[in-house]
Design a protein around this ligand. Structure first.
Ligand code: A2P
Length: 282
């Protein structure tokens, strides 16, 4: 005998209401290990471009109690503070507790988003300067995707240098598309000023696959190639500021180079010449 379930009950089970739920509006996959997605923004959520929030999904039910707990990770907000939606850029780890599931989200699905933004990759944590460097590896590009769409970046600096180092060429796609898109973005050209994107110098490099520019950015700083290629002077604490986002090892290596050049690390409470944040992995 087949048991008949009332339609209303089935519907209720299929769409559970999550705490702090937001709805996915768009998903883009770049490689086997990289994707981005956009979600609705809580009406009351204010954040500064470059900050991060905790996002996630409900975990698997506990085998004993059947209870589900939220599975949350820190994610840099890749969209700017003025955007009506929120964007995130993520890796896919096949056995990662969160990203093994998160990579399957589709438009219309719900995710959890804790509306408590924090972070140090913000303009407030830097002293005034002329040239702003964004140094990133892998998904560490995310906070810079926000800051590259933030008007203050162009109001505060004459020149913005964004370096992005990945193992393979395809891993550069998200960043490259975003920067290319700035040129024709009507809203940004109007809000920030026609041709604002000319202040950007984009410097993508790969380390494992052949591309026009190869090498770790740390090596290219040390041997001076970065500055020679871009036609800018070596880093100077009087004019240059930097934000860094990558793996822990990358951050430590860049920090050493920045300190060698005479730049001091800043924080929200005490602005300085550079700030660092770990790119979060799932
Ligand atoms: P490499 O291929 O030489 O390790 P990952 O995927 O391991 O996070 O690395 C992302 C990119 O960052 C890779 O191109 C990698 O280069 C580079 N990278 C990793 N660690 C460092 C570091 N300590 N200094 C500079 N670049 C790094």
């Amino acid at each position: 005998m087949t048991e008949q379930t009332p339609v209303t009950e089935t519907t209720a089970k299929a769409v559970p209401v999550l705490p702090d739920a937001q709805t996915v509006t768009e998903v883009k996959h770049y490689t086997d290990s990289l994707f981005s997605f956009r979600v609705t923004r809580p009406a009351s959520l204010r954040f500064r471009s470059g900050e991060f929030v905790m996002i996630g999904l409900m975990g698997d039910p506990d085998p004993k109690t059947g209870k589900q707990r939220p599975l949350l990770r820190a994610y840099s907000i890749a969209s700017p503070s003025w955007d009506e939606e929120m964007e995130f850029y993520s890796i896919k780890v096949q056995d990662g507790p969160l990203t093994s599931k998160l990579q399957h989200v589709k438009a219309g699905d719900q995710i959890i988003l804790k509306p408590k933004p924090v972070g140090t990759l913000v303009h407030d944590a830097l002293l005034p300067g002329k040239r702003l460097y964004f140094f990133s590896t892998g998904t560490g590009f995310a906070p810079f995707a926000s800051l590259l769409r933030e008007p203050q970046t162009y109001e505060d600096y004459d020149e913005i240098i964004i370096t992005h180092t990945c193992r393979e060429v395809a891993e550069l796609t998200y960043g490259r598309d975003l920067i290319e898109g700035l040129k024709t973005d009507e809203l940004l050209n109007e809000v920030i000023g026609e041709g604002f994107w000319k202040k950007i110098k984009y410097y993508p490099t790969t380390t494992r696959e052949e591309s026009p520019k190869m090498g770790r950015i740390t090596t290219l700083i040390e041997n001076g190639e970065l500055f020679a290629d871009l036609g800018v002077p070596a880093m100077d604490p009087a004019t240059d500021r930097a934000m860094v986002c990558g793996s822990l090892a990358f951050n430590l290596d860049i920090k050493e180079l920045l300190e060698k050049a005479g730049l001091n690390e800043g924080a929200n409470s005490e602005p300085g010449e550079f700030v660092i944040e770990k790119a979060f992995v799932g």
